[in-house]
Each structure stands twice: as C-alpha cells, then as structure tokens.
Design a protein around this ligand. Structure first.
Ligand code: PNW
Length: 479
C-alpha cells in the first residue's frame, strides 16, 4: 500500500509516502487572545476563567494567550519555516456569532478568519479547520449548553455560515474536537462549563446532542454544498490507548469496555456498520440506571432515523493520541450516584516505570499508538485516518531533546502501523505549533515547537530544537 523509494530504504531511513501530510495544530481559545475585541462575544472559557480563577492553575486566563489574533502572520511564518503542508486551527464561534445565534453576525470575525486562510494559502499551507474546539458562546450555555437539543440546530446555522464564507478556502473540516473531553470533563468535571457533579447524566446528554449536531451538519453539507465544493468533513476523537492491567479475562474485558466508553461512544455511531452507541455502553448504562432507580436509561436513545442520519456521516476520522492507560476491572459495588466511571466499570492507571512528561497525564508509551491505530482499523473497517494531535508537554526551555525523542518514537510506532499493519493513516499533526493556554493547567504545560514568552509584550516566539527536527521530517517525509 505504501510506496517507499528504494533510495530511502537503502539509507536505512523510515519514510512515509510522498503524499503523506505533516502539519501543526492550535485552537482558538488557546492561542488567539483578543477575547473581547471588535465585537467578539463571550465564550464559556472566557466566563469560566474569569468567574472561577480557583479552578485554573495560577489563576491564568486565555484573555491574551499567545495573541495570535494579532500575530497570525508571524505564526504562518513559523509554519513556512517548518515546511508543513497544513495548519489545523479552530474558529471561535462567538467571534463570528457573538451570542451563538445566526441573527447577529460579527463582520470582524468573518474578516479575521479570511485573513488567516488567505495568508496560509498564499504560503502554500492548507487550512484544516475545526468548527468547535470547546469554546461555546456563553449565551448558549445559559440555555443549557450541549444538554439542550436546540443547540445542535444552532450549531447547524453556524456551520452553514462557515461553509458559505470559507467553503472554497478550507481543505478539510472537522466538526468537533474531542467530544469525549468536553462532554466528560465539561459536564461531569472541571473543564468549562465546570458541571462537576453531573457525570452520568449531563455528559450523556451532551454526547447525544453533539452526535446529532455532527450528523446534521454532514447531511446539510451534502444537500446544500456538495455540488459546489469537494471538501472532506470529519470529526476528531481523543483516543489514549487502554491496555489491560493484567492478562486476566476480567481486565481484558474491562480494557475493551473502556475503549468503547471512550472512543466508541462517539466513533461507533458514525463509523461502525450498524451505527448507534456501542452495545456494551447501551447494556451497562441501561442496567445500572435501572438498579439506581431510574425509570429510563441515563443514556438517551436515538430514533431509527437519527441512527441512519449519523451512521456514515464522516469522510475521515481525526485522531488525537498522546498516551496510554492501564485498565483493571472495578470490583467495588456501584454507587447510587450516577457516574460515567462507574458505568464504564474499569479503573484507569499508568505504570510508574513509564517515562514521564511535565504533566501528570502524559506518560511516554509509543507502542500504544500502534495498538490504538490497529483498534480503529479493526473496529471500523480501516477508515481514512488523520492524526489531528500528538505531542508532549515539557517544561520551559529551548533544548527540548525529550520532545524530539517523543516525536521520533511515536512516529516510528505510527510508521509500523502504516507499513506493517496497513492502517489507513494519511497525515500527522503535531500539537502544538506554539506554547498556549492549556485549559485548567494554564501556562504550566508547554507543548510548542516554538516557545512563547508570555511575559513579553509582543509574545515573542523562539524556535525550540524540536522545530528543526520536525521541519526535517515534514520536508523529507523521512525519520
Ligand atoms: C487535547 N486525556 O485534549 C486537546 O484537544 C487540546 O486542546 C489540548 O491542548 C491537548 O489535548 C493537550 O492537553 C486532551 O485525558 C484532553 O488523555 C485530555 C486527554 C487528552 C487530550
């Protein structure tokens, strides 16, 4: 499947196909800043960081962040230096529609993303655009956010406006970034909107409405735009590998259940042959809901029409992969209080001996990448996959040899998945181009190929060692 030239093999290099794509990624709230300029409305991350400073490391906000709203030309220059083929970034919904609704369009927002895309295209870098990277307009949150079904329809209005304005410039669209993260951590944890106590209820409502919103946007694109543009539409899932913590049958089952509750929750309705939620999720949540005294399952049901609308509603699968967890069976009895973790029934951990990063959750476990890619191949009949994020958080500093090591080992693992296992991966995106606001972890975790001096007035970007390393890979397509 993969054409590797004899020349490269002779030199002992690991090469990716010539048309393989290398890119870098960011997200609006994490880099743009300019949170309240030129008509932008408030998003849930603006209001969350302002009203709940205690939930953010060092009480930081993304008010200014890396100031990419003003410095995007500088960012594009860095990408030219890197030689990447595409840039994955996200659009801030409330910059374009200040309260999320279609009746009030903010022209400065429309202009801003046109300028970003024009600058990219002028430099031969394809824009890959995420419509939603966690920053819901605050007004929609006041209506219940993703727990309110009407928000899916408002999302369709927003998506239509994006197709109308940017349809001819964007090379690939992603509807959502990591529904698992923002539904589970937002509606059952400490990410915005910070509904800490709602796990097992609101997270499932969020997921349900996000899946409907995704399906509706895909079908709307097919009826209204497909004759005009040939852009592919996908969605990005988060998939840290989940390995059994022992070879016992219980732990093997618990790990597979955990994969279905994590990636399967969103991928099964879209990419499986049968559609709908993974059967194991349906079965466990239905029966635990009953035991807890509910008269209906906490996991909502799709209508048969919705199942069909959502099934097959993506041209490719975006995969964010950072690390690996071990899963063992949870043997304690189920608590009367609903929770996603109890529903899943596994306990997550990581091996103390795995190499660490500068974060509690990213351990360096490259072999998990190959296994995650193979699982997707098996589960969903080898769909086209683009890795939309992979990277490692380290401390400040330019000599980031540990990042180089991380990239090398993870790319080797991905290379094996492509060349030996025939996984259908056609691109890779490094997270991130520059240091940025790492959500509740503030600026304490640095993911950038370029360091950002957040204390300097002009948010100076300086290349790290890893930027040279990555530039060589993206230019030669070889490790
Ligand atoms: C991603 N996990 O989220 C996000 O898409 C980015 O915005 C973020 O900056 C990046 O990871 C690095 O943190 C994740 O628990 C959130 O395994 C959680 C997990 C993985 C990725």
């Amino acid at each position: 499947m993969i054409a590797v030239s004899a020349h490269d093999v002779a030199e002992g290099k690991l090469c990716f196909p010539e048309n393989f794509l290398f890119g870098v990624a960011t997200a609006a709230y994490q880099v743009e800043g300019a949170w309240n300029v030129s008509g932008k409305g408030e998003s849930i991350w603006d209001s969350y960081t302002h009203n709940h400073p205690e939930r953010i490391f060092d009480h930081k906000t993304g008010d200014v962040a890396a100031d990419s709203y003003h410095l995007f030309k500088e960012d594009v220059r860095l990408m030219v230096e890197l030689g990447v083929q595409f840039y994955r970034f996200s659009i801030s919904w409330s910059r374009i529609l200040p309260n999320g609704l279609i009746n009030h369009i903010n022209e400065d927002g429309i202009r801003y993303y046109h300028e970003v895309m024009d600058e990219l295209i002028r430099n031969n870098i394809q824009p890959m655009v995420t419509m939603y990277h966690w920053d819901l307009p605050q007004y929609l949150q006041e209506l219940g956010g993703w727990t309110n079904p009407i928000v899916s329809d408002y999302f369709v209005d927003y998506a239509r406006l994006l197709f109308q304005n940017y349809g001819s410039k964007v090379s690939a669209w992603l509807t959502f970034n990591e529904p698992l993260s923002f539904c589970e951590n937002g509606y059952g944890g400490s990410d915005a909107p910070g509904r800490l106590e709602s796990s097992g209820i609101e997270d499932y409502l969020c997921g349900h409405n996000v899946l409907r919103a995704h399906g509706k946007v895909y079908r709307m694109y097919q009826t209204e735009f497909q004759t005009q543009f040939s852009t592919k539409i996908g969605i990005t899932f988060h998939f840290s590998w989940r390995a059994p913590s022992s070879q016992s049958a219980d732990d093997i089952t618990a790990a597979e259940t955990a994969r279905q509750f994590a990636t399967g929750w969103f991928a099964h309705p879209i990419f499986s042959k049968t559609g709908d939620y993974p059967p194991i999720m349906r079965k466990r949540i239905d029966s635990i809901s009953k035991i807890q005294g509910f008269s209906r399952s906490r996991l909502p049901y799709f209508t048969p029409d919705e199942i069909e609308m959502i099934r097959g509603s993506a041209d490719f699968l975006g995969l964010n992969h950072y690390t690996t967890y071990l899963v063992s069976k949870n043997t304690k009895t189920i608590s009367p209080k609903p929770s996603y973790a109890d529903d899943m029934g596994g306990i997550k951990s990581q091996k103390a001996s795995w190499p660490t990063s500068n974060s509690t959750w990213v351990k360096v476990v490259p072999w998990g990448f190959r296994l995650a890619l193979n699982w997707i191949k098996r589960e969903y009949d080898n769909p086209p996959v683009i890795v939309t994020e992979n990277g490692v958080p380290l401390e400040k500093g330019l000599l980031d040899t540990r990042r180089i090591e991380y990239i090398k080992e993870y790319l080797k693992s991905m290379h094996t998945a492509i060349t030996k296992d025939n996984c259908n991966v056609y691109g890779y995106t490094h997270w991130s181009l520059i240091d940025n606001f790492e959500w509740t972890r503030g600026y304490s975790e640095r993911f950038g190929l370029y360091e950002v001096d957040f204390d300097s007035p002009n948010k100076t970007r300086t290349p790290r060692l890893s930027s040279e390393y990555y530039a060589r890979i993206s230019r030669t397509k070889c490790l």
